[in-house]
Design a protein around this ligand. Structure first.
Ligand SMILES: [Zn+2]
Length: 382
């Protein structure tokens, strides 16, 4: 049975232990020690990584009463080795995991919902609850969670006696057999958990809730604690600083500046569209009674390509073929006529010019990859 130093001191990063056993495995060596500070995977928390002597620890699993370390090289049975865990990684995981307890406890207290899923991504973590939480409650949950952090409460971890256990009133996903390890954040949460946690809530530093979205029958909250929260918020702040510079707006007024910019853009778009229509009328007039027309226009959205084709078709008396784009990026097109069936022409054109499109008998719309010279040559051949 391995002595579990990580339960005795969650901040222990270096330790010396005796190698009890070292067995060749498919992808390394399984090493069993008399004691370890390496937390094995469990309770939704990833295992610790680090080194044992010269060997890198690649994975740690619990096997019965033992903690087995998967190492990249063998260690001599009976020897003493120095263990060193990647403490920065471990502390980060403890911050997320302990913060998750507090948020889950607060949600359970406020709404009676259970944490039914927990995932630690690379930058944020997610918690899934089995009921709907109104988005307006997010700031209150966050405020309560940070209040718990700033009180710097000691986490109380204990194993209630068989008689005590039914009266403890802890959060759990399923009925657990005795003994049960209870992790308590006094006043905020009581939960059955086998993970490693910070010793005082102050070590979590900060709890930041980002988003709340509907998920299955409940909601998913995206959040981060401690260093991750700081890094994420710093990245968001940097983006906002760039927006602030681009808009020449104060850092707390970028939202209003962006809305204002959208309004200006909408007005400009309206003006430009009006001018474009006048231009279209001029182009259409110049094509009056010309029969079939092939026209190239600069930088038009597909809807405007169709509108221009429509106006030319009104005046030309034949088929209007309008293209907009560039030789480098290809062209959007619209074929339009007041009589006949354009589908065979559309099909032949997209086949010959490398593109795709569709539509009805009186109009065909799509894209081609060919250049202007090739497109003009195709229509000359008709
Ligand atoms: Zn836990």
């Amino acid at each position: 049975m391995t002595r579990k130093l990580y339960y005795e001191d969650c901040h222990l990063a270096r330790f010396t232990a005796r190698v009890l056993d070292c067995v060749k495995a498919e992808n390394g060596y399984y090493v069993n020690l008399d004691e370890t500070a390496f937390y094995p995977e469990g309770g939704g928390q990833a295992c610790d990584l680090g080194t044992l002597g010269d060997a890198a620890v690649l994975d740690v699993r619990e096997q019965g009463e033992d903690v087995i370390h998967l190492c990249d090289r063998p260690l001599e049975t009976g020897s003493l080795v120095e263990g060193c865990i990647d403490y920065e990684r471990r502390f980060n995981l403890m911050q997320q995991h302990s913060g998750e307890h507090i948020v889950s406890g607060i949600v359970h207290e406020m709404f009676g919902y259970h944490n039914v899923g927990f995932h630690m991504g690379s930058d944020v973590i997610t918690i899934d609850f089995d009921g709907m939480i109104p988005a307006e409650s997010l700031p209150l949950i966050e405020a309560k969670a940070n209040e718990a952090v700033w009180k710097n409460l000691p986490l109380h971890i204990w194993y209630p006696s068989p008689g005590e256990l039914p009266c403890v009133g802890y959060r759990t996903k399923r009925e657990l057999p005795w003994p049960v390890r209870i992790v308590e954040v006094p006043g905020y949460d009581k939960c059955a958990c086998c993970g490693v946690h910070v010793s005082h809530t102050g070590e979590i530093g900060l709890v930041k809730l980002f988003t709340l979205m509907k998920f299955h029958q409940g909601v998913r909250i995206e959040m981060a604690c401690g260093k991750r929260a700081l890094e994420h918020l710093s990245a968001v702040y940097d983006q906002n600083r760039q927006v602030s510079q681009a808009f020449s707006a104060r850092i707390l007024e970028t939202g209003a500046a962006a809305r204002q910019m959208n309004e200006v853009l909408a007005r400009m778009k309206y003006t430009v569209t009006g001018l474009q229509r006048q231009l279209f009328d001029g182009v259409a007039e110049s094509c009056a009674n010309c029969g079939d027309v092939v026209h190239f226009a600069a930088d038009l959205e597909p809807a405007l390509v169709r509108e221009l084709a429509d106006r030319i078709a009104d005046r030309c008396g034949g088929t209007a073929a309008v293209f907009s784009g560039s030789d480098a990026n290809g062209y959007s097109f619209c074929l339009m006529a007041r009589s006949g069936d354009l589908r065979p022409l559309g099909k032949a054109m997209t086949q010959a010019l490398g593109g795709r499109g569709g539509g009805k008998a009186n109009f065909q719309q799509g894209q081609v990859r060919a250049g202007e010279a090739e497109i003009r040559a195709f229509f000359r051949k008709l």
